[in-house]
Design a protein around this ligand. Structure first.
Ligand code: GYE
Length: 306
């Protein structure tokens, strides 16, 4: 048995790898499930986790990464709140020879040497799936189809890409029109607030596209408060697949959910071990995902963990 190495400044404690993880925040059900997955799988893998919550602010994440560099952790992993503005801090990690893993959200830097790998979802594909559901659902509609969109955190990869994937698909037919689009910051409270404003300013809304379930769930409250029936008067498609949204889908208040998998912990811990050992890892690793309609939501609910 080796003695505890804490305080030696080598980033190891009793031989365990130390991982500094800078999380986005606790904005959604997806995020809570992601955090739990990371914390549990670090424990299982025997990795010492230093965890921070940036409360959806880039400057907090940068400060957390700098503190991990100072503490000489072995590996840094983080889910970048927005896509741009990471070069400086990632160069500091590189100079300190601490490997960085991007998880969940990507960055827009052309310098691929700033990180070892990316583990997460294809958000453009998710947006496309939402668009394909919509164009099927409203395929036979004759008039204009009025869409309102609740975007995720401004500047984040999932907001940018889910908007793009969806926009590309609906562009095929000019009858589809996004009449209002605004950020709901991936939260229930903001989703509700922005939907209230949409309902006041838009005389006719056929469908809501929400970049995540939490905003859709907040919007449902606003729709009901306005005396309309969610899922009927206004159809709803959202992304993630958290329990509450699958329940709303089973109950007919949401019409379609595109899955985004938050359970990235086990794969992340594998990657942490590999990059710490200096092994080659793939540049990009994408998670497997599905979609839910009412029947598959009902079937999935009993086993849904989050
Ligand atoms: O869809 C949303 C969360 O980055 C994929 O962030 C993640 C997104 C997820 O707040 O619910």
């Amino acid at each position: 048995l080796t003695a505890c190495g804490g305080g030696s400044g080598t980033g190891t404690t009793g031989g365990a790898i130390t991982l500094g993880f800078a999380q986005v925040g606790a904005e959604s059900g997806w995020r809570t499930a992601n955090t739990k997955s990371i914390q549990e799988s670090a424990k299982t893998a025997g990795i010492e986790l230093k965890f921070s919550d940036a409360q959806q602010k880039q400057e907090n994440q940068i400060a957390a990464i700098r503190s991990y560099i100072q503490q000489k952790v072995k590996v840094i992993a983080f889910s970048p709140v927005v896509e741009s503005g990471w070069e400086t801090v990632l160069k500091e990690a590189k100079t300190a020879k601490i490997p960085v893993i991007l998880t969940d959200r990507a960055i827009d830097s052309p310098d691929k040497t700033l990180y070892k790998t990316f583990l997460g979802s294809d958000f453009i594909a998710e947006g496309k799936k939402a668009g394909e559901w919509l164009t099927k659902e409203f395929g036979s509609a004759t008039g204009q189809v009025n869409i309102v969109e609740l975007q995720g955190t401004t500047g984040s990869a999932p907001a940018n890409d889910r908007k793009k994937g969806f926009g590309d698909v609906i562009a095929a037919d000019p009858k589809y029109k996004i009449v209002a689009s605004q950020t709901g910051e991936f939260t229930r409270a903001k989703g509700k607030e922005v939907m209230e404003a949409f309902l006041k300013s838009q005389p006719k809304i056929d469908v809501l596209y929400a970049h995540n379930d939490d905003m859709a769930l907040g919007a449902i409250e606003a729709i009901q408060a306005a005396g309309k029936v969610p899922g009927k008067d206004i159809k709803i498609v959202s992304v993630d697949g958290v329990r509450d949204a699958l329940q709303a889908l089973a109950d007919g208040r949401i019409n379609h959910v595109v899955e985004c998998n938050p359970l990235l912990g086990p794969q992340l811990m594998d990657l942490v071990k590999k990059v710490n050992a200096g092994e080659q890892v793939p540049e990009r690793i994408e998670t497997q995902e599905t979609e839910f309609d009412q029947a598959s939501a009902k079937a999935a609910l009993p086993q849904r963990q989050y």
